[in-house]
Ligand binder design. Structure first.
Ligand code: AMP
Ligand code: GLY
Length: 433
């Protein structure tokens, strides 16, 4: 229960943070809300303070001086740097895992070894610290009949550290890019090479208080840049929730074989997880397996999951931090949500910046549409593009079909030079019904 109103700060400046901000703004226990650093679009909702979210000591100093009571740490990098630990040392409570638990995302080797030790289903793998042994393993695997392998940099790599390799040559190149060319810096000094899995992918975000885990409504990201899952991997080009492949039976299996064992494993490793734990799952013929853990809300998963959340987000976050979470506290509305990411043409490669953006207000007057701003900055009174993923147009409706139609009607109103979006978000999900 919240006894007095809180000054809250949200760390980060993407579409996900905009979704968190919009949801927190409606919470009963809020006195004030600030985004650090936020972005030009978030600044239309709350005050934004221009401090780099990787500058942990400046963020902590600001929060102490501004009498911030509670900090929501949303992106992966500040979590990996131990921002929650540093805020705690300064007497400021925060939503998110401490550094030791955030290793689940910041080191794939940590995550894979944990899963192996505790029998949590995941792809078979080997880890490597030098390219010669990695290349030998690649050659031997393909010689013994493997048709594909997945090469993963151990550390954070802006979502670019995973390469699905459908030939020996591709796998060899991926090893060299990470270990010899050092394209991901220190993050690629160690790598994981794992078995290639197939099946529908599901994202399940969950609230955790260290002991109790409560899954949120499931969702489906669309990672490739182009329609029909073609083109390079991106941070995510659109999302739908709930994910129709994630049936109640599968949810039960995941709870017993993946979610609870993960929370228990982290407790045993003296790194109990508090915050939002994201399970990236693949529903294979031999059951659900973990593809990746993230220690935070997904982007764009948050932009479909949070609009469906009925419960008070701030109360849930505080319950995670204080260790008082119960399943009854987490309620989602019926129906579905969809979002379409509107990106700068060329993303995830090179793209132009500073293009004036129009149509946000008009899009938001379309049914239930909400426009979350990501790569957006202010230019006087106008908004201009400043990143690859620019806007995320979300809608909620009674059915997935309706939510998709409304989101795409919203997208039609958006205008900026060279804008790009996928036209098939939700298509695969609709086929599952
Ligand atoms: P990640 O950045 O870890 O989310 O991985 C990016 C994407 O690579 C995932 O969403 C999957 O589509 C794919 N991927 C990762 N690991 C595997 C695997 N073991 N088998 C097949 N695809 C994978
Ligand atoms: N949508 C994938 C992620 O947030 O990592």
């Amino acid at each position: 229960m919240i006894n007095c109103k809180l000054n809250v700060a949200v760390i980060g400046g993407g579409g996900r943070e905009h979704a968190v901000v919009k949801k927190l703004k409606c919470c009963a226990g809020l006195a004030s809300l600030t985004a650090i650093p936020g972005n030009g679009g978030i600044a239309r909702d709350v005050e934004c303070v221009d401090i780099d979210s990787l500058d942990v000591s400046s963020v902590v100093r600001y929060c102490r001086d501004a009498k911030i009571d509670y900090v929501v740490v949303t992106p992966d990098d500040p979590l990996a740097l131990g921002m929650v630990d540093s805020l705690g040392e300064a007497g400021i409570r925060a939503f998110g895992p401490v550094k030791a638990a955030a290793q689940l995302e910041s080191s794939k080797i940590f995550a894979k070894n944990l899963m192996k030790k505790y029998g949590i289903p995941t792809a078979d793998y080997e880890t490597f610290t030098d390219s010669a042994s990695a290349l030998k393993f690649v050659r031997e695997s393909f010689a013994s009949g493997k048709e594909a392998l997945v090469v993963k940099a151990d550390g954070l790599a802006l979502g670019k550290g995973v390469t699905v390799c459908m030939s020996r040559e591709e796998a060899e190149a991926a090893v060299c890019i990470a270990m010899d060319e050092k394209r991901f810096g220190k993050s690629g000094e160690r790598i994981v090479i794992e078995e290639y899995l197939t099946g529908p992918e599901v994202s399940v975000l969950s609230f955790c208080d260290g002991n109790t885990i409560v899954p949120m409504v499931s969702s489906m990201d669309h990672k490739r840049a182009l329609d029909n899952d073609e083109g390079p991997n991106t941070g995510g080009m659109g999302c739908i929730a709930p994910n129709p492949f994630y049936t109640p039976e599968i949810a039960e299996i995941c709870m017993e074989s993946i979610f609870i064992p993960t929370i228990e494993a982290l407790k045993k490793e003296a790194a109990p997880f508090k915050g939002c734990l994201y399970f990236g799952l693949m529903l294979t013929d031999s059951g659900p397996k973990v593809i990746e853990y993230n220690c935070r809300f997904g982007d764009p998963e948050a932009q479909v999951v949070l609009p469906l959340l009925e419960s008070d987000l701030l109360s849930l976050m505080l319950a995670c931090t204080d260790g008082s979470l119960t399943p009854e506290m987490v309620r989602f509305r019926d129906g579905a949500a969809a979002c379409v990411v509107v990106a700068s043409g060329g993303y995830p490669g090179e793209y132009k910046k500073c293009c004036p953006i129009g149509g946000i207000v008009s899009a938001e007057s379309t049914g239930s549409v909400q426009v979350y701003c990501a790569g957006v900055k202010k230019d006087g009174d106008a908004l201009v593009t400043s990143g690859g993923r620019v806007l995320c147009v979300s809608a909620v409706a009674a059915s997935l079909e309706q939510a998709l139609k409304t989101a795409y009607r919203g997208v039609e109103k958006i205008r900026f030079e060279n804008m790009h979006f996928r036209t098939d978000i939700g298509k695969r999900a609709l086929c599952a019904f």
